[in-house]
Design a protein around this ligand. Structure first.
Ligand SMILES: [Zn+2]
Length: 414
């Protein structure tokens, strides 16, 4: 495995895909080449195994000679490979199809959560090369947690030490609000005002390039199901429940993360001012009704009770558990109504624990939304359930790093 030089790579705290890199926004010959290389690479990533030089030339309105030169550069850098010509009889010379080279350029997605640490290695073709996880050893001690994360990530990279893989860096997903300089607040990790250089010191050999809210990165994975390829619904809110409740917003395939990158804190939308005190210090937050521990507590069960077990209690006739789920459904409906009224994003995708309990809360939540969303008669707000969202954040983290390569492949061509 080789490491691409990252000495001049800045740490980027917020998602800004679609924003041209400085090198791609000018008009120099170098920047024009960089822009064209990115355009060709994106075409190949979007149509792997079916696209040819001729079809790229037709699509872009560029000469075949120019496209061939750019494709040759991408091939020589190991970003793209040719497939064998089709053996089917046809008139003329068969087109040589192109695809991203698998197992060559890779990025590491990292995640710290309340109970779990994760690392996942993904290559440019979108193939998951390796995944591993372990328990978070301790809460409230970032150095110990990050040392364990470093071991986890390094173990994955070591598996590929003798391969031709080029490692381009990692991105870290956290449940909190993160500025350009620090983790401002991650209440469920018990981290606050934690400088990023201090946080990342134990994982410098994993070359972290981005530290971003976990729900934002999960939404990014939905909006970019393969590296460099926008897909899925154009605009949506991904709302996920774990210990806390968070959201990642996507507008026209681009993350909508607010002025400071802190948008989406739906778990702290007030749904009842006289409600219970939240970990953030306010009262009546959505999270204080539907967070994993809060839901169990309202159901009269131990805080460690999983949401599915709360549902099982409700189905068995436990009226306290039924009331907790009903109260949670109302709380979610109020919070989602506020979010849709403000953002005009009528598609909500539920993940994590919220997907687990959806059959028990959806009807009430949707009734509340129909009543409270002003534009509901015209936009017909929808809720979709994502059955398996467990590793979306760590996938989005790796895809985010690979997007940098797609935006400016010239940086990777020697
Ligand atoms: Zn709160």
């Amino acid at each position: 495995m080789r490491l691409h030089s990252l000495a001049s790579t800045p740490l980027t705290p917020c998602l800004q895909p679609g924003t041209p890199s400085p090198a791609a926004s000018g008009v120099t010959a170098h920047s024009l080449r960089a822009k064209n290389l990115s355009l060709v690479l994106r075409q190949i990533l979007s149509n792997p195994g079916t696209i040819s030089r001729a079809s790229i030339a037709n699509y872009t309105g560029t000469t075949r000679a120019t496209i061939s030169r750019l494709v040759d550069e991408l091939i020589s850098a190991g970003l793209v490979e040719e497939l064998a010509p089709s053996s089917e009889p046809s008139r003329g010379r068969p087109a040589i199809r192109l695809q991203p080279q698998s197992g060559r350029y890779c990025a590491l997605g990292l995640e710290v959560n309340v109970s779990t640490l994760k690392a996942q290695l993904i290559d440019l073709s979108g193939e998951i090369l390796a995944f591993t996880s372990c328990d978070n050893p301790v809460l409230g001690d970032p150095a110990t947690t990050m040392a364990a994360l470093n071991t986890l990530g390094q173990d994955l990279l070591d598996q590929y030490a003798s391969t031709p893989l080029t490692f381009i860096g990692s991105a870290l997903a956290l449940p909190g609000i993160i500025s350009a300089e620090m983790v401002a607040k991650a209440p469920n990790l018990q981290w606050e005002n934690l400088p990023l250089n201090e946080l990342l010191a134990p994982i410098t050999n994993l070359h972290p390039r981005t530290v971003t809210n976990e729900a934002d990165l999960a939404a990014y994975a939905i909006a970019h199901p393969r590296p460099g390829v926008p897909g899925g619904p154009a605009s949506f809110m991904f709302v996920s429940g774990e210990v806390g409740v968070g959201a990642g917003l996507v507008l026209h395939h681009a993350p909508f993360s607010g002025a400071n990158g802190w948008a989406g804190e739906i778990g702290h939308v007030c749904v009842d001012p006289s409600g219970p005190t939240c970990k953030c210090g306010a009262t009546g937050c959505l999270e204080s009704f539907l967070g994993r521990c809060a839901l169990a507590r309202h159901a009269g069960l131990p805080e460690t009770t999983p949401p599915l077990a709360v549902c099982a209690e409700a189905e068995a006739g436990n009226e306290t558990a039924q009331a907790a789920l009903h109260q949670g459904a109302i709380a979610l409906g109020r919070a989602l109504s506020a979010a849709v009224n403000i953002t005009d994003i009528p598609l909500v995708i539920l993940g994590g624990n919220l997907a687990d309990i959806a059959p028990h809360i959806l009807e009430t939540t949707q009734e509340i939304m129909s009543m409270r969303i002003l534009q509901s008669a015209w936009t017909h707000p929808q809720i979709e359930i994502l059955e398996d969202s467990a590793n979306l954040a760590v996938t989005g983290a790796a895809h985010r790093v690979l997007q940098d390569l797609v935006d400016d492949p010239a940086c990777y061509i020697l």
